[in-house]
Design a protein. Structure first.
Lengths: 344, 365, 347
């Protein structure tokens, strides 16, 4: 009982506080001024940010949130460079037939295991297949899997999280316990078993990975909805007679998009990595369809004799994952300049 | 059932059907514990037995401090919260349990203006979309007519209709509150619940919004339930004022009566705490300083809820044998009902204040 | 108003703090925000100065700068801040830190931002003693319990072992005042100390600040948007608008003889108890953007009495008698006439 009282009081206090402060403007000035708070134990009172922001903002800022986010994203150098690199990688994979004169399954027994040269940029494998071509084509599958898994998982996760957070109560309890369950199974084991059950195709891999990638989105989105449903604009929509569905998807979802986009970007990277692990272990997408993962698997025994075979797909994975993560970072900064982990 | 009796009907209103009538409204929020099997271990008694009537065209004010339940009551009236107990009538019809389509239709007749101009507007929508939202939801008119109506509303509340496509972020606090007012007017509701509509605004802007609300009331014959913690603002706006403490109305009176002759010691304390922007008047004011904070609404005090902080019960206890600990036994044991005081005034107190407890007799203006 | 002008208007008695032409400008993406535009003010020993203004008036930034919480690294600061004969703007950082801790203290609107949520309240106050004075941990704890008692926290010993979230809003503000008073500062800056509190608690806190001022012989700067709070608790009052002091005077000057249209507007905007339901007379329009200040008097676009020079010349803060100054082009007789005809003054 005392715990509950405490908790209640704390929450009340936080609410009061939030009310007293109001929510803050999204004006960069805030951050600069907030940085002033270098005194231990003391910070600039939020009122000051507001005061300055108000004064600065009265009638000038007409940019939408999206424009502001883009402006901030552009400032994140690593993210901008990563974006360009990732676009090059994507275009490279899609335009593979234009960039190489080989096909990914075309063997040439006369020139197996050749090192990188002008003829074969990334060398050839045991069957004399052009490694450059295989990395390009492998990228198609790896990127496809990465993006598809991220999108599907985000849709599932966001929906579950939104419903749990908005309705609360037993439904929330149930959905979150299911989420916990999914989070607590040793997922590599389940992935391997799943791939044995479903099969080694691209679609099968996407389905299996998606089943284990939605929980993070669900948790993030639930948290956002939980705090956002107390906001007065949500009450205003209810008071106007808006249906729950309209409130969840039309009113609240756009406000949760920032963190959702960040989370799903990071999911792309994680999915690419997981796919390559799975393929490397031989349970993912099977040859002859190349993916970065099974290229590594193929080259596993040749690490010493033909290191290029492991090097180039490895670098491709590394660069892609790095780029995606930097983009995620940049997006996070763009959507959430105060680094407070909330979108409002 | 609660022991509260309804506040007296204003003499000019006898025989009229109130627009809103609340009977014994309670709203308790359960406190639960447990991860998988949640069980209730207590409840926050946010509203604990309120009876009220709001008549067409009037402004009923409610004042009280943080946690007194005034905002919860506003949300019960708006049917944003379901009452735990009690009935609510709108134009004589019991609307306590309305659901679905019927509830949606009821929502055309009542709207709300919120406290926080920063949180009450969806930051991802243009103000045009925000103001017109109810028109879309209620399918009140065809889409192509909505824009015209929205611009009309913007003009009405003093916004530039050309700013239709701007986002709330581009507006100042006062302008946003105007957007909130315009939104509430979209379908010309009968009742508008104003929950602290000016407390987040600067003084000079406050006055603009209060005047706007007054003008709109005259123009559209609106009825207001006006909730605020600032007594001067509530007094300025309201025909009748109720004072809430820990989920109950402890005093309610017409016009100046409450301010001239408060009867409940809590009202007296509130009045005497209001800073007066007039040094000489401030110096003449009698002070009733309360001790301590508002108790927790999870476990409200027995008897009269105000007794642990009440200066009046101490004064009377001193004269009573057995009242040695400073609390009169009646106050501790018996929850006082609202009793008539001056005409048009009710107060829930065993030992009401004298007429001159707060305002000095000789007011030379 | 220059420091000289401050003396001209009869700011007699020893000066504790004098600001002279203080300017604080924040460079931002959208342009330079002129948060404080030439503020000159003085605080006497032992007085309470009320600084009244709305959002964006620069009242908080002015005193955050005094405290060194807005630094030259973030903003373009010019002018002087003279505290007991030293210019704070010229002091090295560690010197400033010592003045900040020992001689000038500040309390904020929201005590939660100043109290560390994971430390017990008593420990946090003891920490102040330990950081600035040589004493044992036990002594520091005893002192902090004593302080909590002084600021009216019941059962101070038990309370000192609790965390900030276990305190109500009013109690937290008391705890923060205790922490601010720990080193017996000469100047207490209270920035909207009661804005987040209910009226009955507000009354308690303001009375506490008054009592502490007498007990410690401090000067207090009370920053607020509430003309009511100022009326009851301040000796002198400065009204700020758009980064400038536009009127300065004692209590009666501001409430019964105000000489600036903005102050008139504020006085007419407040609903008052006992005034019935007369229509309020708000100031029209909105405060200006501090990036694009209007030319001339910053208030002229909202001023009903503006005339020829108002949009061209910036009015100086000029004294009208020994203790009252205002920055407005209107002739004095005209101001007196308008005030008596148009402005609420119950007196």
């Amino acid at each position: 009982m005392p715990d509950a009282t405490e908790e209640f009081q704390r929450r009340q206090a936080l609410k009061e506080e939030a009310k007293a402060e109001g929510s803050l403007h999204d004006i960069p000035l805030q951050r600069e001024v907030a940085a002033a708070a270098d005194v231990p134990g003391a910070q600039l009172p939020p009122g000051v940010d507001r005061e300055l922001a108000d004064a600065a903002g009265a009638g000038i800022v007409i940019a939408s949130q999206r424009e502001l986010a883009w402006r901030r994203f552009k400032k994140h150098k690593a993210a901008m460079v990563s974006g360009v690199v990732l676009i090059i990688i994507i275009i490279g994979s899609l335009a593979a037939p234009l960039l190489t004169s080989y096909t990914f399954s075309e063997t040439d027994v006369t020139s197996p295991l050749q090192g990188p040269s002008m003829k074969h940029y990334f060398g050839t494998d045991t069957l004399g297949r052009d490694a450059f071509t295989r990395v390009l084509y492998g990228g198609r599958i790896s990127l496809l899997v990465g993006f598809a898994v991220a999108i599907i998982a985000t849709v599932i996760g966001a929906t579950i999280g939104a419903i749990a957070g908005y309705y609360g109560g037993w439904l929330d309890n149930l959905l979150m316990r299911v989420t916990d369950l999914f989070l607590s199974v040793p997922f590599l084991v389940v992935l391997i078993l799943g791939s044995l059950l479903l099969g080694p195709g691209v679609l099968d891999t996407v389905i299996i990975l998606s089943l284990f990638f939605w929980m993070y989105d669900a948790r993030i989105v639930r948290g956002i909805y939980l705090s956002m449903k107390e906001k007065e604009f949500v009450e205003a929509a209810r008071a106007s007679g808006a249906s729950n569905r309209r409130i969840i998807f039309r009113e609240m979802l756009p406000n949760a998009m920032g963190p959702i986009i960040v989370a799903s970007t990071l999911a792309v990277a994680a999915a690419i990595l997981t796919e390559s692990v799975l393929s490397f272990l031989g349970y993912g997408i099977q040859p002859p369809t190349p993916t970065w993962g099974n290229l590594l698997d193929d080259a596993r025994n040749l690490a010493v004799s033909a290191p290029w075979l492991i090097l180039f797909p490895g670098i491709a994975i590394l660069i892609t994952v790095l780029c995606v993560n930097y983009i995620g970072d940049g997006l996070r900064d763009a959507f959430d300049p105060q680094g407070q982990g909330k979108s409002l | 059932m609660s022991s509260v009796v309804p506040a007296p009907t204003p003499t000019s209103r006898v025989g009229q059907t109130p627009l809103v009538r609340l009977e014994g409204i309670k709203k308790h929020f359960p406190i639960t514990r447990g991860v998988i099997f949640q069980k209730q271990i207590g409840a926050v008694h946010a509203v604990d037995g309120v009876d009220l009537e709001i008549f067409p065209g009037e402004t009923l004010g409610l004042v009280g401090e943080t946690g007194c339940g005034k905002s919860t009551l506003a949300r019960v009236v708006m049917r944003l919260h379901d009452a735990t107990e009690g009935r609510m009538f709108f134009e004589g019809r019991d609307v306590t349990d309305l659901k679905g389509k019927e509830l949606r239709t009821l929502r055309r007749d009542m709207q709300m203006v919120f406290q926080d101009p920063f949180a009450s507007l969806n930051p991802r929508k243009t103000v045009g979309a925000i103001i017109g939202e109810q028109l879309v939801i209620q399918k009140a008119m065809s889409r192509d007519k909505i824009k015209g109506r929205v611009q009309e509303l913007m003009e009405l509340v003093g916004l530039n209709p050309e700013h239709y496509n701007r986002y709330p972020m581009a507006f100042s606090g006062g302008q946003r509150q105007r957007v909130g007012v315009a939104r509430s007017l979209a379908l010309q509701p009968k009742l508008i619940v104003c929950d602290e509509p000016v407390s987040a605004l600067d003084v000079s802007i406050q006055a603009q919004i209060l005047n706007l609300l007054e003008d709109l009331q005259k123009e559209f014959n609106l009825t207001y339930l006006f909730i605020a913690h600032d007594l001067a603002v509530v007094r300025h706006m309201s025909d009748r004022v109720g004072v809430m403490y820990l989920g109950k109305i402890v005093e309610m009176a017409e016009g100046d009566t409450l301010y001239e002759t408060p009867k409940h010691p809590y009202t007296g304390a509130l009045l005497s705490s209001v800073p007066v922007p007039d040094p000489n008047l401030a110096a003449r004011k009698k002070r009733i300083v309360l001790e301590g904070d508002v108790p927790s609404p999870i476990d409200p005090p027995s008897g009269c809820r105000f007794h642990p902080r009440c200066p009046q019960t101490r004064a009377f206890a001193a004269r009573e044998p057995g009242g040695g600990d400073g609390i009169h036994p009646r106050c501790r044991e018996e929850d006082p009902p609202l009793k008539p005081q001056h005409p048009g005034q009710v107060a829930a107190c065993h030992f009401p204040l004298d007429d001159h407890a707060v305002v000095a007799e000789d007011e030379d203006g | 108003m220059t420091a000289q002008a401050a003396r001209d208007v009869g700011v007699t008695g020893a000066m504790l703090l004098e600001l002279d032409s203080l300017n604080v400008r924040f460079p931002t993406e959208d342009g330079v925000v002129r948060a404080v535009g030439g503020v000159s003010l003085a605080v006497r020993e032992g007085e309470t100065l009320g600084v009244v203004g709305e959002s964006g008036s620069g009242k908080s930034v002015t005193f955050l700068t005094v405290l060194g919480l807005v630094t030259k690294a973030q903003a373009d600061i010019s002018g002087t801040i003279d505290f007991r004969g030293q210019d704070l703007l010229q002091q090295p950082e560690d010197e400033l830190r010592s003045i900040r801790g020992n001689d000038i203290a500040m309390i904020f609107q929201d005590p939660l931002t100043a109290l560390n949520p994971v430390l017990r309240v008593g420990d946090q106050i003891a920490e102040v003693f330990l950081a600035h004075q040589k004493m044992s941990k036990a002594e520091a704890m005893a002192q902090s319990v004593e302080l909590l008692d002084l600021v009216g926290i019941p059962k101070p010993k038990e309370r000192s072992r609790q965390y900030p979230h276990e305190f109500s809003g009013g109690m937290r503000q008391r705890a923060m005042i205790a922490m601010a008073l720990a080193l017996k500062p000469a100047l207490l800056i209270a920035d909207e100390p009661t804005t987040a509190l209910d009226v009955t608690v507000q009354a308690q806190i303001l009375e506490l600040i008054d009592r502490m001022k007498d007990e410690f012989g401090m000067s207090v700067v009370l920053i607020t948007h509430d003309l009511g709070v100022v009326a009851e608790h301040c000796d002198s009052i400065a009204v700020m608008y758009a980064g400038k002091v536009i009127e300065y005077g004692d209590r009666d000057d501001i409430y019964y003889r105000s000489e600036h249209p903005y102050t008139w507007g504020l006085l007419n905007s407040i609903p008052r108890l006992g005034e019935g339901a007369d229509r309020l007379e708000p100031i029209r329009g909105l405060p200006p953007s501090l990036i694009n200040l209007p030319p001339g008097c910053s208030f002229h676009p909202r001023c009903p009495y503006r005339f020829e020079p108002c949009d061209k010349e910036i009015p100086a803060l000029l004294p009208s008698d020994g203790h009252h100054a205002s920055a407005c082009h209107l002739p004095l007789e005209e101001k007196q006439r308008i005030f008596s005809e148009r402005v609420v003054a119950t007196g």
